[in-house]
Design a protein around this ligand. Structure first.
Ligand code: OFO
Length: 176
């Protein structure tokens, strides 16, 4: 059984993971209508992963005697300057998510909820991958700069990177 404090905190995390899913969906849509089909594929896949992160929390809360609630999600930004802006946002958003996961872990220690602490370790590992993936993509964009041919190849590359996102299953490297 989880305490109401932990239940509330996990429900806030549901809100954040669900928002991440919508956010990446919005970015994917922008990329798709602006000619970046590979980037769109990558972001749609990322959006699916975030939904899975959210669902995992739903199942856990309900399994442990709490109740998972679907929150009223905030509408994500729908317009972006360029691909670089999108991945800068992805990176800073993932850093924020990592901070929230760390705060949750800290709360579990305070509350002596070692079961939830254990459950959250999956997220701790996942966040290392998510941050590093976003940094890898930004590194590629830095190399390309303003080069149009480079952007064309980048877009193709991201489509292939899609299959390598691990969803916490421990993918080795990010295709570079
Ligand atoms: Fe759920 O890891 Fe990104 O937000």
């Amino acid at each position: 059984m989880i305490s109401s404090k932990i239940e509330e905190a996990l429900n806030r995390q549901i809100d954040l993971e669900g928002f991440s899913s919508m956010y990446y969906l919005a970015m994917g849509s922008w990329a798709e209508v602006n000619g970046y089909k590979g980037v769109a594929q990558f972001l749609y896949h990322h959006s699916d992963e975030e939904r899975m992160h959210m669902l995992k929390l739903f199942r856990y809360i309900n399994d442990r005697g709490g109740r998972a609630i679907v929150p009223p999600f905030a509408a994500p930004q729908k317009d972006f300057k360029n691909i670089r802006e999108i991945f800068d946002i992805v990176h800073s958003h993932e850093v924020k998510v990592s901070n929230e996961i760390n705060a949750l872990v800290e709360l579990c220690i305070q509350e002596k909820d070692y079961t939830t602490h254990n459950f959250l370790q999956w997220y701790v590992t996942e966040q290392i991958e998510e941050e590093s993936l976003a940094r890898d993509v930004i590194d590629k964009l830095n190399l390309i700069g303003e080069d149009k041919g480079g952007m064309y190849l980048f877009d193709r590359d991201l489509a292939t990177l899609t299959g390598q996102q691990g969803g916490g299953k421990g993918h080795g490297g990010h295709g570079h």
